[in-house]
Design a protein around this ligand. Structure first.
Ligand code: DGY
Length: 418
């Protein structure tokens, strides 16, 4: 297929997964509105329908809790094909619509800025309505997920990289006793070898049950959940999103001083996520230990505005090791598994975030190499959820919204941002 036909195929995926005001990540496996998926979808829609892009973000924020938390899943309509649904989360009295009780990587402000910059006239009104909600969400992170400027997560799903090795030590410390019987639905849609293990899943559900037992109280969850790991992806994403929100404050004539103070705090925190090998990785706050792994999240330093010659050398190594970088776990590490979700496969969304950061920091040759290899991956293997970094084989769900969005907005030769 030539790139114009692929552009059309990508737009068709967004339209097919569109449920009116929001877009499913993919039909079947993920039948609701997911937080960061939706922000990527908005950026995809912005390439051909700017009003639909704003609607995606506006609908996402209809699920915001009064405390500022923006849930990772909004259960707009019942769907028995998904587990764990609203009855498991038990958040009925917490937010305006049924939702999960944890958040997800805050990429929305970054895409709001990019969508606004594309067409300020069309964006002024929806942005003005969204701005205080974005600030409230960032404030929630700074208050309840902040350890000296490192953003931590209280559940692997909150970080979006469900089974990354960054969480292993915290997961191993959990004995999921009493979790009870349940039926997974994800493995009915996708081959089990590409998904988290049963041991992981027991702990995911146990952590949900435990936070529910704490009444989803912010202070109690932040203090008492046994899972507390500072996350490079969350920290770098919020750092970048905060800068973008400050730029939007300027555009709207709003005060940016609180945002600037958060940016300074997160910049200091991000430096502490560097392990003694010079790589940014997860930091288990309960053990005071780094994971010592090189994941695709490690390469988000540039997105956060932190340069690193060492990470640039790691990126060149990933280019040498894989036809289709960046692997979610370094090839050759003991954790590497080419097909299993966040333990090896390449994710186009993370590639785009890495690429945007590389451009910001002036690493244009690497940004273009990454874009071109990501484009080749999609040209040869379609719009999958994730891919084997060595062979390019598609894995996980197919007809995936955020992968199609990344094609339209970044990887395609017709994309505006490169
Ligand atoms: C899932 O259900 O696998 C999701 O990753 C949770 O957000």
């Amino acid at each position: 297929m030539d790139h114009l036909a692929l552009d059309e195929a990508a737009r068709a995926i967004l339209r097919k997964n569109d449920r009116g005001g929001y877009t499913l990540p993919t039909f079947g496996l993920y039948p609701y509105q997911w937080n960061w998926d939706s922000a990527f979808a908005a950026w995809g829609f912005a390439q051909f329908d700017i009003d639909r892009a704003w609607l995606e973000l506006t609908t996402l924020f209809t699920g915001q809790w009064p405390n500022g938390m923006l849930p990772h899943i909004l259960f707009h309509r019942p769907d028995p094909g998904y587990f764990p649904g609203p009855d498991v989360w038990g958040t009925e009295d917490k937010g305006p619509i049924p939702s999960s009780g944890i958040s997800q990587p805050p990429v929305a402000a970054t895409f709001a800025r990019m969508i606004y910059d594309k067409n300020p006239d069309a964006g002024r009104e929806p942005l003005a309505a969204l701005f205080p909600k974005l600030v409230a969400w960032h404030r929630w992170f700074m208050r309840w997920r902040n350890a000296d400027g490192m953003i931590f997560i209280t559940h692997p799903w909150e970080g979006g990289r469900d089974n990354a090795p960054d969480w292993d030590s915290a997961m191993q410390a959990i004995d999921p006793v009493g979790v009870g019987e349940y039926t997974r639905r994800d493995t009915a849609h996708v081959d089990a070898s590409m998904r988290p293990t049963k041991e992981d899943y027991d702990r995911y559900i146990w952590l949900v049950q435990r936070a529910r037992g704490l009444g989803w109280d912010d202070a109690a969850v932040a203090q008492d959940q046994p899972f507390k790991v500072a996350d490079p992806l969350m920290t770098f994403v919020l750092l970048r999103a905060n800068r973008d929100l400050a730029a939007l404050a300027d555009a709207l004539g709003e005060d940016r001083s609180e945002l600037d103070s958060w940016t300074a705090e997160l910049t200091a925190g991000a430096a502490a996520l560097r392990n003694d090998k010079g790589v940014f990785d997860g930091y288990n706050l309960n053990l005071g230990e780094h994971t010592n792994s090189v994941s695709n999240a490690s390469f988000l330093c540039w997105l956060g505005g932190v340069d690193s010659p060492q990470m640039l050398a790691e990126l060149h190594r990933a280019f040498d090791q894989c036809a289709y970088p960046v692997p979610s776990q370094k090839v050759g590490s003991d954790w590497f598994n080419a097909k299993r979700y966040w333990r090896g496969p390449t994710w186009a969304i993370v590639n785009m975030l890495i690429g945007l950061g590389l451009i910001d920091m002036g690493h244009h040759a690497e940004a273009e190499e990454l874009r071109a290899r990501t484009a080749a991956l999609m040209t040869q293997h379609g719009f999958a959820e994730y891919y084997d970094p060595l062979t390019g084989d598609p894995a996980g769900g197919d007809s995936f919204t955020w992968t199609a969005a990344v094609w339209l907005a970044w990887a395609s030769p017709s994309a505006g941002v490169q």
